[in-house]
Design a protein. Structure first.
Length: 232
């Protein structure tokens, strides 16, 4: 089990599951992520206004996905291929986001500098994952990005010079169910799949071949996973 991974929990779990599946022939790894906000629910406090922020921002949610290698296509239906994955920790940001267990529940603190730390380091992380495949056009990818807060999305979008519709699925999930912490990117992945099917696209990645999944969370850490969609 992985604890206190926060908003990059699903991406971290997928990276580890990929390793397990690829190094154990025939293995299938069940990834389950679950979050509930009531462990930190309490009245607002003048000494820690972040209590109220976390209760407004975060929601409850659970999601699960099976990860394996060499799928049996007669009985299994792959959704995406995990091509490669990389975790990057941003130096000097250990205290930017914290979640500490106390008698009254989890105490959450969140620094205003988080969007700047993330956007300032996201470009290098993405380029490092894409470099082996020679992909340079970021708008040729579909994007599954943990939303954090709207300011994070806006600054990352601008930093990567992405077209305005690239984060549509992320913004849809954020608007409908909020920031669910670790399960959020799995919700977004499923929305991308359903949208692609409903609109008659050629692949589960909105008709595109490759995509980028980004988990952004405590550490501060950025989990970047290069995805390959499958034909519908």
């Amino acid at each position: 089990m992985l604890y206190y991974q926060g908003c990059h929990g699903s991406a971290t779990s997928l990276r580890i599951a990929k390793d397990l599946a690829e190094n154990n022939r025939g293995a299938r790894v069940l990834v389950v992520t679950s979050e509930y906000i009531n462990h930190g629910f309490r009245g607002p406090s003048e000494s820690n206004p972040d209590d109220l922020v976390s209760q407004v921002l975060f929601g409850d949610g659970s999601a699960a996905v099976m990860v394996g290698a060499d799928p049996h296509l007669e009985v299994e239906r792959p959704l995406y291929e995990l091509v490669s994955a990389k975790e990057t920790m941003i130096i000097n940001t250990m205290d930017a986001f914290t979640m500490v267990p106390r008698e009254v529940g989890n105490l959450v603190t969140s620094a205003p500098s988080i969007p700047y730390h993330i956007s300032g380091n996201i470009g290098g992380c993405v380029q490092e994952v894409l470099k082996p495949l020679g992909i340079t056009d970021l708008n040729s990818l579909f994007w599954i990005v943990h939303p954090g807060v709207p300011k994070v999305l806006k600054m990352v979008e601008e930093k990567l010079a992405l077209e305005k519709d690239k984060f549509n699925m992320t913004r849809k999930v954020l608007a409908e169910v909020g920031n669910l912490s670790s399960p959020t990117v799995l919700f977004i992945m499923d929305e991308m799949r359903k949208k692609s099917i409903n609109e008659g696209k050629a692949t589960t990645g909105d008709g595109l071949e490759f995509g980028m999944l980004l988990g952004l969370g405590p550490g501060l850490s950025i989990e970047a996973i290069l995805l390959r969609s499958v034909a519908i």
